[in-house]
Write a protein that binds this ligand. Structure first.
Ligand SMILES: [Zn+2]
Ligand SMILES: [Zn+2]
Length: 167
């Protein structure tokens, strides 16, 4: 069972790739890396990070994956075969912490998307962002920032793998 109030219904921009997230995301963050700028077609990516095991893709054959080695965490970026929009990225914080990066716009229910907690790769930003969120620039600081976002997210209700599944 999902968390009360959490629908977990996700889809790409054209709606052909449908996914289900069985647990709320750990965190939402803004990524200013060049890959996100390209994949999202925006100044920065607006993404969430969730447990990979909690994600089900209805038809994985509709998602095209390519590995991006130029950014940390060695993200495997998945885009929709039809609309080419970002769908999911796979990465690991540590070899045993498999994570899924999901664009905020893929959540069908806006209430499922938490407030953003910070910016990473802020050094490659297109423009300044006027908010009070922490901003990490550069490879190591961004990796540290991302790890902090994930760890902070473990305190969110329903996110811990060992926690009650909410029967
Ligand atoms: Zn699509
Ligand atoms: Zn990025």
């Amino acid at each position: 069972m999902a968390e009360p109030g959490f629908s977990g219904a996700l889809a790409c921009r054209c709606g052909k790739v449908r996914m289900r997230l069985k647990r709320p995301p750990l965190a939402r963050y803004y990524c200013h890396c060049m890959i996100c700028q390209e994949v999202y077609g925006r100044p920065f990516g607006d993404a969430t990070v969730a447990w990979r095991f909690a994600l089900e893709i209805e038809d994985p054959a509709l998602v095209v994956f390519r590995r991006q080695r130029s950014i940390p965490f060695s993200v495997r970026c998945g885009t929709c075969r039809f609309c080419a929009g970002p769908v999911v990225g796979y990465t690991a914080l540590l070899p045993f912490l498999d994570l899924a990066l999901l664009p905020a716009h893929t959540y069908r229910n806006p209430a499922d998307v938490p407030a953003a907690v910070g910016h990473i790769f802020y050094d490659s930003r297109v423009g300044d962002v006027a908010d009070d969120l922490p901003k990490y620039g550069g490879f190591l600081a961004s990796e540290w920032g991302f790890a902090r976002f994930v760890l902070t997210g473990l305190a969110r209700p329903g996110t811990r793998p060992s926690g009650a599944a909410g029967a």
